[in-house]
Ligand binder design. Structure first.
Ligand code: SIN
Ligand code: FE2
Length: 218
């Protein structure tokens, strides 16, 4: 008897990669089959730590509603941006990160070459029509050798991906329900954001876009 050659797991999953830079890759539809489970996870988290519009250091409010799960949660208030173990709204630890979030992030990172990615923080953004996120860098984490894994659910959005300086003109990429974007290495500190969401309705998620941003904060 011959041993069958071991099938390549990525080939088996038939993953469509949209590699728009060497270190920034969209895994198209990678999370589609997990959408129900991810939504259950998001609802459970939001039942314990509500979505809220955080205050920015300059006194305005973030247009996306946010919550967190995992050991650390990203927050913004009048004293700045940072990670905290406690949700300032209820003074309790952030809800546990659903295992499915952690596993999805590790698998996606692994496929594009970041092995053993152990996320300890997941920011959940909820965008309603017309809301956006202006260009920014993710730089409140301790170790920039760890990638960022970003999962899109619901309405399609135009994601902007700029350079390492704010004035570099961003390229845009549409992100669809189930897409997973991974960036790291030399791209880790690239400016990014999302254009205002267009009004529409997603059959499963409704009139919003949800985004999970998984990171290693500490
Ligand atoms: C973020 O950068 O925190 C969110 C990006 C997105 O919503 O895709
Ligand atoms: Fe970000």
């Amino acid at each position: 008897m011959h041993n069958k050659p071991q099938a390549d797991k990525n080939f088996m999953k038939n993953i469509v990669l949209d590699k728009f830079s060497n270190h920034s890759i969209i895994l198209r539809g990678f999370a589609v089959n997990l959408d129900d489970q991810l939504l259950v996870g998001i609802n459970n988290v939001a039942g314990k730590s509500n979505f809220r519009h955080m205050k920015t250091p300059n006194g305005s409010f973030m247009s996306a509603a946010m919550t967190n799960c995992g050991e650390y949660g990203w927050i913004s208030d009048k004293s700045g941006y940072r990670y905290e173990k406690i949700d300032p709204q209820n003074n309790k630890p952030w809800p546990h990160m659903p295992l499915i979030f952690k596993t999805l992030a590790r698998d996606a990172a692994d496929i594009v070459g970041y092995t053993n990615f152990e996320s300890d923080a997941c920011l959940i953004n909820r965008y309603s029509p017309k809301t956006s996120m202006s260009l920014h860098q993710d730089k409140d984490e301790r170790d920039f050798s760890q990638p960022i894994v970003s999962v899109s659910l619901g309405l399609t959005v135009m994601f902007m991906f700029g350079g390492l300086t704010r004035n570099e003109k961003p390229i845009t990429k549409e992100l669809y329900h189930g897409d997973v974007l991974v960036w790291g290495g030399p791209d880790r500190l690239r400016f990014h954001g999302v254009r205002p969401l267009k009004k529409a309705r997603h059959p499963l998620v409704g009139a919003v876009r949800l985004n999970l941003t998984l990171r290693r904060a500490n």
